[in-house]
Write a protein of this length. Structure first.
Length: 107
C-alpha cells in the first residue's frame, strides 16, 4: 500500500516535470522571438538615425516599440523560464528521493 502511494506521487511528479519542461521550452522560443524583434527595432532605429532611410515617424515609433517590447519579452520570459527550471529541479530531486525510498523498502 505504501509503495502504491509512493508510485502515485512519482507519477504526479513526472507529470509536473514534463509540464515545467514545456513551460521552459515555450519561454525559450518567446525569448528568441523577442530578441529578434529587439534587434530589428534597433537596426531600424540605427538606420534611420544614420540617414540611410528617409525619416518616417511611423517607422521611428515602431522601432522604439519593438525595442521596448523585445526588452519586456526577454525579461519576463527569462524570469518565468528560470522559475520553471527551479521548480523542475525541485520536482526531480523529490522524485529521486521517492524512487530511492521505493527501492529501499523493496529489498
Amino acid at each position: 500500500m505504501i509503495n502504491e502511494d509512493v508510485r502515485e506521487r512519482i507519477y504526479r511528479l513526472e507529470a509536473e516535470i514534463e509540464h515545467f519542461a514545456k513551460v521552459a521550452e515555450g519561454c525559450r522560443k518567446i525569448i528568441l522571438v523577442s530578441k529578434i524583434v529587439l534587434a530589428l527595432g534597433a537596426v531600424t532605429l540605427l538606420v534611420t538615425f544614420l540617414g540611410l532611410l528617409r525619416f518616417d515617424p511611423l517607422a521611428f515609433v515602431g522601432s522604439i516599440a519593438a525595442i521596448l517590447g523585445g526588452i519586456v519579452g526577454v525579461g519576463s520570459n527569462m524570469t518565468t523560464r528560470n522559475q520553471a527550471q527551479e521548480r523542475m529541479r525541485a520536482a526531480e530531486k523529490l522524485r529521486t528521493e521517492l524512487i530511492d525510498q521505493l527501492e529501499l523498502s523493496s529489498t
